[in-house]
Design a binder for this molecule. Structure first.
Ligand SMILES: CSC[C@@H](O)[C@@H](O)C(=O)COP(=O)(O)O
Length: 360
Protein backbone atom coordinates (compact mmCIF):
# COMPACT_ATOMS: atom_id res chain seq x y z
CA UNK A 1 0.00 0.00 0.00
CA UNK A 2 1.18 3.55 -0.68
CA UNK A 3 0.91 6.74 1.40
CA UNK A 4 -1.95 7.86 -0.89
CA UNK A 5 -3.77 4.55 -0.39
CA UNK A 6 -3.45 4.68 3.40
CA UNK A 7 -4.72 8.25 3.73
CA UNK A 8 -7.68 7.49 1.44
CA UNK A 9 -8.54 4.12 2.93
CA UNK A 10 -12.22 3.25 2.63
CA UNK A 11 -12.74 2.32 6.29
CA UNK A 12 -16.42 3.25 6.71
CA UNK A 13 -19.02 4.07 4.05
CA UNK A 14 -22.66 3.78 3.18
CA UNK A 15 -23.32 1.09 0.55
CA UNK A 16 -24.24 2.29 -2.94
CA UNK A 17 -27.90 1.51 -2.39
CA UNK A 18 -27.81 3.13 1.07
CA UNK A 19 -29.16 -0.03 2.71
CA UNK A 20 -25.97 -1.15 4.52
CA UNK A 21 -22.77 0.14 6.08
CA UNK A 22 -19.53 -1.17 4.59
CA UNK A 23 -16.44 -1.34 6.82
CA UNK A 24 -12.99 -2.87 6.91
CA UNK A 25 -13.00 -5.38 9.76
CA UNK A 26 -10.25 -3.82 11.91
CA UNK A 27 -10.26 -6.81 14.26
CA UNK A 28 -8.67 -8.95 11.51
CA UNK A 29 -5.93 -6.53 10.44
CA UNK A 30 -3.10 -6.76 9.55
CA UNK A 31 -3.48 -10.45 8.64
CA UNK A 32 -6.61 -10.18 6.59
CA UNK A 33 -8.27 -7.28 4.76
CA UNK A 34 -11.93 -8.13 4.82
CA UNK A 35 -14.81 -5.79 4.03
CA UNK A 36 -18.11 -6.37 5.82
CA UNK A 37 -21.50 -5.21 4.57
CA UNK A 38 -23.70 -4.73 7.62
CA UNK A 39 -27.40 -4.03 7.80
CA UNK A 40 -28.84 -6.07 10.70
CA UNK A 41 -29.54 -4.30 13.99
CA UNK A 42 -27.48 -6.77 16.05
CA UNK A 43 -24.57 -6.95 13.61
CA UNK A 44 -24.29 -3.15 13.50
CA UNK A 45 -24.17 -3.09 17.31
CA UNK A 46 -21.71 -5.97 17.40
CA UNK A 47 -19.35 -4.28 14.92
CA UNK A 48 -18.86 -1.37 17.32
CA UNK A 49 -18.83 -3.48 20.48
CA UNK A 50 -16.20 -5.94 19.23
CA UNK A 51 -14.05 -3.20 17.64
CA UNK A 52 -14.53 -4.31 14.04
CA UNK A 53 -15.04 -0.58 13.59
CA UNK A 54 -13.17 1.43 16.20
CA UNK A 55 -11.60 4.79 16.94
CA UNK A 56 -13.74 7.67 18.22
CA UNK A 57 -14.41 9.55 14.93
CA UNK A 58 -14.95 6.33 12.94
CA UNK A 59 -17.56 4.94 15.33
CA UNK A 60 -19.38 8.30 15.28
CA UNK A 61 -19.74 8.29 11.48
CA UNK A 62 -20.49 4.55 11.47
CA UNK A 63 -23.32 5.11 13.97
CA UNK A 64 -24.79 7.92 11.84
CA UNK A 65 -24.84 5.59 8.80
CA UNK A 66 -26.19 2.73 10.93
CA UNK A 67 -29.06 4.96 12.07
CA UNK A 68 -29.88 5.69 8.39
CA UNK A 69 -29.79 2.00 7.48
CA UNK A 70 -32.06 0.98 10.35
CA UNK A 71 -34.46 3.87 9.70
CA UNK A 72 -34.64 2.73 6.06
CA UNK A 73 -35.92 -0.66 7.21
CA UNK A 74 -38.90 0.79 9.04
CA UNK A 75 -42.42 0.11 7.76
CA UNK A 76 -43.85 2.92 9.86
CA UNK A 77 -45.59 5.63 7.91
CA UNK A 78 -46.60 8.02 10.71
CA UNK A 79 -43.92 10.38 12.02
CA UNK A 80 -44.67 9.47 15.65
CA UNK A 81 -44.17 5.75 15.07
CA UNK A 82 -41.09 6.41 12.94
CA UNK A 83 -39.55 8.57 15.67
CA UNK A 84 -40.29 5.98 18.37
CA UNK A 85 -38.49 3.32 16.32
CA UNK A 86 -35.58 5.69 15.55
CA UNK A 87 -35.21 6.54 19.27
CA UNK A 88 -35.06 2.86 20.20
CA UNK A 89 -32.38 2.19 17.55
CA UNK A 90 -30.46 5.26 18.70
CA UNK A 91 -30.44 4.13 22.34
CA UNK A 92 -29.39 0.62 21.29
CA UNK A 93 -26.46 1.80 19.14
CA UNK A 94 -25.43 4.31 21.80
CA UNK A 95 -25.14 1.50 24.36
CA UNK A 96 -22.51 -0.34 22.26
CA UNK A 97 -19.57 1.57 23.80
CA UNK A 98 -19.60 4.24 26.52
CA UNK A 99 -16.39 6.28 26.42
CA UNK A 100 -15.99 7.87 22.96
CA UNK A 101 -18.35 10.86 23.00
CA UNK A 102 -18.36 10.99 19.18
CA UNK A 103 -20.77 8.03 19.18
CA UNK A 104 -23.36 9.82 21.29
CA UNK A 105 -22.87 13.16 19.52
CA UNK A 106 -23.29 11.62 16.05
CA UNK A 107 -26.54 9.97 17.16
CA UNK A 108 -27.77 13.23 18.75
CA UNK A 109 -26.97 14.96 15.46
CA UNK A 110 -29.13 12.41 13.58
CA UNK A 111 -31.85 12.93 16.19
CA UNK A 112 -31.76 16.69 15.51
CA UNK A 113 -32.18 15.98 11.78
CA UNK A 114 -35.14 13.66 12.35
CA UNK A 115 -36.87 16.16 14.65
CA UNK A 116 -36.18 19.06 12.27
CA UNK A 117 -38.12 17.06 9.64
CA UNK A 118 -41.03 16.18 11.94
CA UNK A 119 -44.27 15.69 10.08
CA UNK A 120 -42.68 15.24 6.64
CA UNK A 121 -43.19 11.98 4.74
CA UNK A 122 -40.84 9.20 5.88
CA UNK A 123 -38.93 9.05 2.53
CA UNK A 124 -38.11 12.75 2.91
CA UNK A 125 -36.85 12.20 6.47
CA UNK A 126 -34.70 9.32 5.22
CA UNK A 127 -33.21 11.57 2.52
CA UNK A 128 -32.38 14.25 5.10
CA UNK A 129 -30.77 11.65 7.38
CA UNK A 130 -28.63 10.29 4.57
CA UNK A 131 -27.38 13.68 3.47
CA UNK A 132 -26.70 14.60 7.13
CA UNK A 133 -24.62 11.44 7.66
CA UNK A 134 -22.66 12.03 4.44
CA UNK A 135 -22.00 15.61 5.57
CA UNK A 136 -20.77 14.39 8.94
CA UNK A 137 -18.37 12.01 7.17
CA UNK A 138 -17.09 14.81 4.92
CA UNK A 139 -16.64 17.16 7.88
CA UNK A 140 -14.65 14.52 9.74
CA UNK A 141 -12.31 14.17 6.76
CA UNK A 142 -11.80 17.91 6.61
CA UNK A 143 -11.23 18.11 10.36
CA UNK A 144 -8.55 15.40 10.17
CA UNK A 145 -6.75 17.36 7.49
CA UNK A 146 -6.89 20.60 9.50
CA UNK A 147 -5.77 18.86 12.72
CA UNK A 148 -2.82 17.29 10.91
CA UNK A 149 -1.89 20.65 9.42
CA UNK A 150 -2.03 22.33 12.84
CA UNK A 151 0.28 19.65 14.23
CA UNK A 152 3.01 20.52 11.72
CA UNK A 153 4.31 23.34 13.92
CA UNK A 154 5.04 20.82 16.69
CA UNK A 155 7.60 18.76 14.74
CA UNK A 156 10.91 19.12 12.96
CA UNK A 157 12.71 16.88 10.51
CA UNK A 158 14.26 13.83 12.18
CA UNK A 159 12.04 13.86 15.29
CA UNK A 160 11.14 10.66 17.15
CA UNK A 161 7.44 10.45 17.98
CA UNK A 162 5.94 7.99 20.46
CA UNK A 163 2.38 6.82 19.69
CA UNK A 164 -0.16 4.90 21.77
CA UNK A 165 -3.12 2.95 20.38
CA UNK A 166 -4.25 3.93 16.87
CA UNK A 167 -5.40 7.37 15.77
CA UNK A 168 -4.64 6.98 12.07
CA UNK A 169 -6.87 6.74 8.98
CA UNK A 170 -8.50 3.46 10.07
CA UNK A 171 -9.94 4.83 13.32
CA UNK A 172 -10.60 8.31 11.95
CA UNK A 173 -10.74 9.55 8.35
CA UNK A 174 -8.24 10.70 5.75
CA UNK A 175 -4.91 11.51 7.51
CA UNK A 176 -6.04 10.68 11.04
CA UNK A 177 -5.79 12.70 14.25
CA UNK A 178 -2.86 11.56 16.43
CA UNK A 179 -1.05 10.10 13.40
CA UNK A 180 -2.22 12.66 10.86
CA UNK A 181 0.76 14.96 11.21
CA UNK A 182 3.10 12.03 10.57
CA UNK A 183 1.40 11.27 7.24
CA UNK A 184 1.36 14.92 6.24
CA UNK A 185 5.03 15.31 7.16
CA UNK A 186 5.85 12.29 5.03
CA UNK A 187 3.86 13.74 2.13
CA UNK A 188 5.97 16.89 2.45
CA UNK A 189 9.25 15.01 2.37
CA UNK A 190 10.12 15.09 6.08
CA UNK A 191 11.60 12.09 7.88
CA UNK A 192 10.13 11.19 11.26
CA UNK A 193 10.74 8.10 13.36
CA UNK A 194 7.70 6.65 15.07
CA UNK A 195 7.92 4.42 18.14
CA UNK A 196 4.60 2.62 18.51
CA UNK A 197 3.37 1.19 21.80
CA UNK A 198 1.83 -2.20 21.04
CA UNK A 199 -1.16 -1.19 23.25
CA UNK A 200 -2.31 -4.17 25.24
CA UNK A 201 -4.73 -5.87 25.50
CA UNK A 202 -6.06 -5.59 21.93
CA UNK A 203 -2.84 -4.44 20.26
CA UNK A 204 -4.20 -1.58 18.18
CA UNK A 205 -0.68 -0.09 18.12
CA UNK A 206 0.98 -3.28 16.91
CA UNK A 207 -1.76 -4.40 14.53
CA UNK A 208 -3.00 -1.11 13.11
CA UNK A 209 -0.59 1.78 13.72
CA UNK A 210 2.53 0.01 12.46
CA UNK A 211 0.50 -1.37 9.53
CA UNK A 212 -0.59 2.13 8.51
CA UNK A 213 2.78 3.78 9.04
CA UNK A 214 4.81 1.05 7.36
CA UNK A 215 2.43 0.92 4.40
CA UNK A 216 2.93 4.67 3.98
CA UNK A 217 6.72 4.35 4.09
CA UNK A 218 7.12 6.02 7.50
CA UNK A 219 9.93 4.64 9.63
CA UNK A 220 8.33 2.91 12.62
CA UNK A 221 9.50 0.69 15.43
CA UNK A 222 7.14 -1.43 17.50
CA UNK A 223 7.74 -1.53 21.25
CA UNK A 224 5.94 -3.24 24.12
CA UNK A 225 4.01 -0.85 26.34
CA UNK A 226 6.48 -1.29 29.19
CA UNK A 227 9.37 -0.10 26.97
CA UNK A 228 8.20 3.49 26.59
CA UNK A 229 10.31 4.61 29.53
CA UNK A 230 13.58 3.29 28.12
CA UNK A 231 13.12 4.81 24.66
CA UNK A 232 12.38 8.14 26.30
CA UNK A 233 15.43 7.82 28.56
CA UNK A 234 17.62 6.95 25.57
CA UNK A 235 16.66 10.26 23.94
CA UNK A 236 14.76 8.67 21.04
CA UNK A 237 11.52 10.54 21.65
CA UNK A 238 10.97 14.25 20.97
CA UNK A 239 7.20 14.24 21.46
CA UNK A 240 4.25 11.97 22.26
CA UNK A 241 1.25 12.11 19.89
CA UNK A 242 -2.06 10.49 20.86
CA UNK A 243 -5.71 10.72 19.83
CA UNK A 244 -8.55 10.72 22.34
CA UNK A 245 -12.09 9.58 22.99
CA UNK A 246 -13.43 12.37 25.20
CA UNK A 247 -12.03 15.63 26.54
CA UNK A 248 -13.62 17.14 29.66
CA UNK A 249 -14.15 20.91 29.95
CA UNK A 250 -10.98 21.25 32.06
CA UNK A 251 -8.81 19.36 29.51
CA UNK A 252 -8.71 15.99 31.29
CA UNK A 253 -8.60 13.50 28.43
CA UNK A 254 -9.80 9.90 28.09
CA UNK A 255 -7.86 7.75 25.66
CA UNK A 256 -6.82 4.12 25.35
CA UNK A 257 -5.77 2.46 28.60
CA UNK A 258 -2.10 3.21 29.26
CA UNK A 259 -2.17 6.74 27.85
CA UNK A 260 -2.02 8.43 31.25
CA UNK A 261 1.03 6.32 32.16
CA UNK A 262 2.76 7.50 28.99
CA UNK A 263 1.91 11.12 29.89
CA UNK A 264 3.42 10.66 33.37
CA UNK A 265 6.60 9.23 31.84
CA UNK A 266 6.78 12.07 29.31
CA UNK A 267 6.52 14.63 32.12
CA UNK A 268 9.30 12.83 34.00
CA UNK A 269 11.62 13.01 30.98
CA UNK A 270 10.58 16.55 29.98
CA UNK A 271 9.01 15.41 26.68
CA UNK A 272 5.95 17.29 25.32
CA UNK A 273 2.73 15.26 25.34
CA UNK A 274 0.19 16.25 22.65
CA UNK A 275 -3.42 15.18 22.29
CA UNK A 276 -5.06 15.44 18.83
CA UNK A 277 -8.82 15.51 18.30
CA UNK A 278 -11.67 17.11 16.44
CA UNK A 279 -13.53 19.63 18.61
CA UNK A 280 -16.49 17.22 18.54
CA UNK A 281 -14.53 15.10 21.05
CA UNK A 282 -14.81 17.85 23.70
CA UNK A 283 -17.69 17.16 26.06
CA UNK A 284 -18.66 20.19 28.12
CA UNK A 285 -21.16 18.09 30.06
CA UNK A 286 -18.13 16.52 31.76
CA UNK A 287 -16.55 19.10 34.04
CA UNK A 288 -13.51 16.92 34.73
CA UNK A 289 -12.22 13.47 33.80
CA UNK A 290 -14.01 12.04 36.84
CA UNK A 291 -17.28 12.49 34.93
CA UNK A 292 -16.12 10.34 31.99
CA UNK A 293 -17.45 6.81 31.98
CA UNK A 294 -14.64 4.29 31.46
CA UNK A 295 -15.58 1.19 29.50
CA UNK A 296 -14.88 -2.11 31.28
CA UNK A 297 -14.38 -4.94 28.82
CA UNK A 298 -14.50 -8.71 28.93
CA UNK A 299 -11.69 -10.44 30.89
CA UNK A 300 -11.16 -12.85 27.97
CA UNK A 301 -9.37 -10.02 26.16
CA UNK A 302 -6.64 -10.23 28.79
CA UNK A 303 -6.71 -13.97 29.42
CA UNK A 304 -7.26 -15.50 25.99
CA UNK A 305 -6.47 -13.25 23.02
CA UNK A 306 -2.72 -13.64 22.87
CA UNK A 307 -0.07 -16.13 21.94
CA UNK A 308 -0.30 -18.56 24.85
CA UNK A 309 -3.74 -20.03 25.44
CA UNK A 310 -4.88 -19.71 28.11
CA UNK A 311 -2.70 -16.83 29.23
CA UNK A 312 -3.81 -17.16 32.85
CA UNK A 313 -5.76 -19.64 34.92
CA UNK A 314 -9.45 -19.42 34.06
CA UNK A 315 -10.42 -18.51 37.63
CA UNK A 316 -7.99 -15.56 37.84
CA UNK A 317 -9.81 -12.28 38.41
CA UNK A 318 -9.24 -9.65 35.71
CA UNK A 319 -9.73 -5.91 35.61
CA UNK A 320 -10.01 -4.73 32.01
CA UNK A 321 -10.65 -0.98 31.71
CA UNK A 322 -10.41 0.02 28.04
CA UNK A 323 -9.54 3.68 28.67
CA UNK A 324 -7.96 5.93 31.25
CA UNK A 325 -7.98 9.66 31.87
CA UNK A 326 -4.87 11.78 31.52
CA UNK A 327 -4.84 14.70 33.91
CA UNK A 328 -4.91 18.01 32.04
CA UNK A 329 -1.79 19.14 33.92
CA UNK A 330 0.22 16.49 32.03
CA UNK A 331 -0.98 17.59 28.58
CA UNK A 332 1.29 20.09 26.80
CA UNK A 333 -1.38 20.99 24.23
CA UNK A 334 -4.62 19.75 22.64
CA UNK A 335 -4.51 20.05 18.86
CA UNK A 336 -7.91 20.59 17.18
CA UNK A 337 -9.06 21.50 13.68
CA UNK A 338 -9.40 25.14 14.76
CA UNK A 339 -6.04 25.54 16.45
CA UNK A 340 -3.86 24.48 19.36
CA UNK A 341 -5.26 24.82 22.90
CA UNK A 342 -3.02 25.12 25.93
CA UNK A 343 -3.53 25.66 29.68
CA UNK A 344 -5.75 26.96 31.04
CA UNK A 345 -7.90 24.47 29.11
CA UNK A 346 -11.05 25.66 30.86
CA UNK A 347 -10.49 28.94 29.00
CA UNK A 348 -8.90 27.74 25.75
CA UNK A 349 -11.46 24.95 25.13
CA UNK A 350 -14.36 27.28 25.90
CA UNK A 351 -14.19 28.66 22.34
CA UNK A 352 -15.85 25.41 21.24
CA UNK A 353 -18.85 25.87 23.51
CA UNK A 354 -20.99 27.53 20.83
CA UNK A 355 -20.23 25.43 17.75
CA UNK A 356 -21.05 27.02 14.40
CA UNK A 357 -22.43 23.63 13.24
CA UNK A 358 -25.14 21.50 14.80
CA UNK A 359 -23.70 19.22 17.52
CA UNK A 360 -22.02 16.07 16.24
C1 LIG B 1 -8.96 7.03 16.73
S1 LIG B 1 -8.83 8.46 17.52
C2 LIG B 1 -8.56 8.31 19.25
C3 LIG B 1 -9.05 7.16 20.02
O1 LIG B 1 -10.29 6.72 19.61
C4 LIG B 1 -8.00 6.05 20.04
O2 LIG B 1 -6.79 6.57 20.48
C5 LIG B 1 -8.47 5.00 20.97
O3 LIG B 1 -8.20 5.01 22.14
C6 LIG B 1 -9.35 4.00 20.40
O4 LIG B 1 -9.68 2.97 21.25
P1 LIG B 1 -10.44 1.72 20.66
O5 LIG B 1 -10.79 0.93 21.90
O6 LIG B 1 -9.50 1.01 19.75
O7 LIG B 1 -11.66 2.24 19.95
Amino acid sequence: MSLENVTHIDNVRLSDGGDAVVIIDQSLLPNETKYLTLSGREELFEAIHTLRVRGAPAIGVFAAYAACVLAGQTRETSYEAFYRRFSADKAYLDSSRPTAVNLRKALDYMDDIVRANAGRPVPKILEAMKSGALKLHQENMEMSQAISENGMELIKDGDGILTHCNAGPLGTFHYGTGLGTLFLARERGMTLHAYCDETRPLLQGARLTTYELQSAGIDCTLICDNMASIVMKEGKINAVFVGCDRVAANGDTANKIGTSGVAILARHYGIPFYVFCPSSTIDFSCETGDDIKIELRDPSEIKEKFFIKPMALPEVKCYNPAFDVTDHALITAIVTEKGICRESYTESLAMFKQPAHPPR
